[in-house]
Write a protein that binds this ligand. Structure first.
Ligand code: MLT
Length: 405
């Protein structure tokens, strides 16, 4: 008899964004004439800029030529890309990261979901609430969370992020081993200061804990006083792993490229208290289960760092940031309290109503899709998240439709 992993039975029946897609598609089937504006999932809408497309084409052409054809590449990524990441994303911003500490992958979703495989089954995990659901669901699948009672998994330590603490959590009361942090935050759009992040790094060092730092939205940080990487903080190399993505930075949601940085000083412990390199463990996992991102995609990604690539990519991010500003300004003028939308593509709107009810109302009366805050956790109840990833016309149109409510 083939038995199943019963931890899957503890999950909500579908993944948040699949549930939203299902509801939107049902609505569209029932109302075929309506034009729906999607500001739910954070999916980019602008095409890849020319500098990236040219490099992508060249990479494809090389695959068609006997003298430049590539078979399996290094699982961790080609050196040409790992070097660029270390130089442009870290060293030039005053953070020490070596090229061989960078693991190129096909997504921060996959990496943040897969990383938990290298940790023990009985560690204690601190999760912000609200939170990107992948961190929770992947630990549920691995059996670390216990049952869901009243919307909360019993063995997780929830760190409540509310307007009162500026959506930056306080330290948990109980001892925890693994801490998930994401800034600029998904879903709240909140940011963290260097001083706040330093306190988390010190906390992790004092408690021999590890921080999983999701920086997928760092490209949206325009305030130069805010950190774009946890490795800008002294001491973080020993206690943090960072996840980054080209999805929102360079429009790669459909192209797929991302990376994870694990410094060589970063250690975990066995049951006897001996130290083990997490870099070595992830390298073992990555080489065993992953065959690398395709060569043309890595060539396309390399072009993100060229002078022209930087200019084009920044212009696209600026466009989304302007959308975010418009959404925040309009929703505020309609009387809603908003967080995010500055240094972030997400606007977290306090609706003071049941969040799924508000989602349904926006869909059926305005034909605008948002993400109900409850889908990100209990503390998301009463809120919705609006994504700025759309065309300017659609954003303005969506705001006009909401104004009529
Ligand atoms: C989101 O909307 O939260 C993200 O697009 C989801 C993701 O990056 O997987």
């Amino acid at each position: 008899m083939i038995r199943i992993n019963e931890n899957y039975l503890k999950l909500k029946s579908s993944y948040l964004f699949s549930e939203i897609a299902k509801r939107v598609s049902e609505y569209q089937k029932a109302n075929p004439g309506e034009s729906v504006i999607r500001m739910g999932i954070g999916d980019v809408t602008q095409p890849l800029p020319s500098a990236i497309i040219e490099a992508f084409h060249k990479g494809v052409d090389e695959m068609a030529d006997l003298s430049t054809f590539k078979g399996y590449g290094p699982e961790q990524g080609y050196d040409f890309l790992r070097e660029k990441v270390a130089e442009f994303d870290y060293r030039q911003r005053g953070a020490k990261v070596d090229a061989d500490e960078v693991f190129i992958s096909d997504g921060a979703k996959c990496d943040t979901g897969n990383i938990q495989e290298i940790f023990a089954g009985d560690i204690s995990i601190a999760i912000p609430d609200p939170v990107y659901p992948v961190y929770v669901d992947t630990n549920v699948m691995a059996g670390r969370t216990g049952e869901n009672v009243g919307g909360r998994y019993q063995k997780l330590v929830y760190m409540e992020c509310t307007a009162d603490n500026g959506f930056v959590p306080e330290f948990p009361k109980e001892k925890v081993d693994l801490i998930y942090l994401c800034y600029p935050n998904n879903p709240t759009g909140a940011t963290i200061t260097k001083e706040q992040l330093k306190r988390w790094v010190d906390y992790a060092r004092e408690n021999r804990a590890l921080i999983l730092y999701d920086a997928a939205y760092e490209a949206f940080v325009r305030d130069k006083t805010l950190p774009r990487s946890i490795f800008e903080i002294d001491g973080a190399r020993e206690v943090a792993i960072e996840f980054r993505s080209y999805s929102k930075t360079a429009g790669f949601t459909g192209t797929r490229c991302a990376f994870t940085v694990i410094p060589k000083e970063c250690m975990g412990y066995d049951s006897a208290g001996n130290r083990h390199s997490l870099h070595a463990m992830w390298n073992r996992r990555h080489t065993t289960k992953f065959n690398g991102v395709s060569y043309p995609v890595q060539k396309a990604t390399e072009a993100v760092y060229s002078a022209e690539g930087q200019k084009q990519v920044n212009a696209i991010v600026d466009g989304y940031l302007e959308n975010a500003r418009i959404v925040r300004e309009k929703m505020t003028s309609y009387g809603y309290q908003c967080t995010g939308g500055e240094n972030s593509p997400y606007i977290w709107v306090n609706t003071m109503r049941d969040s799924w009810e508000f989602f349904d109302m926006l869909l059926t009366r305005c034909q605008v899709v948002c993400t109900p805050g409850e889908g990100f956790g209990k503390c998301g109840e009463g809120y919705i998240r609006i994504s700025a990833f759309n065309s300017r016309d659609n954003v303005i149109n969506a705001m006009e439709r909401i104004a009529k409510l």
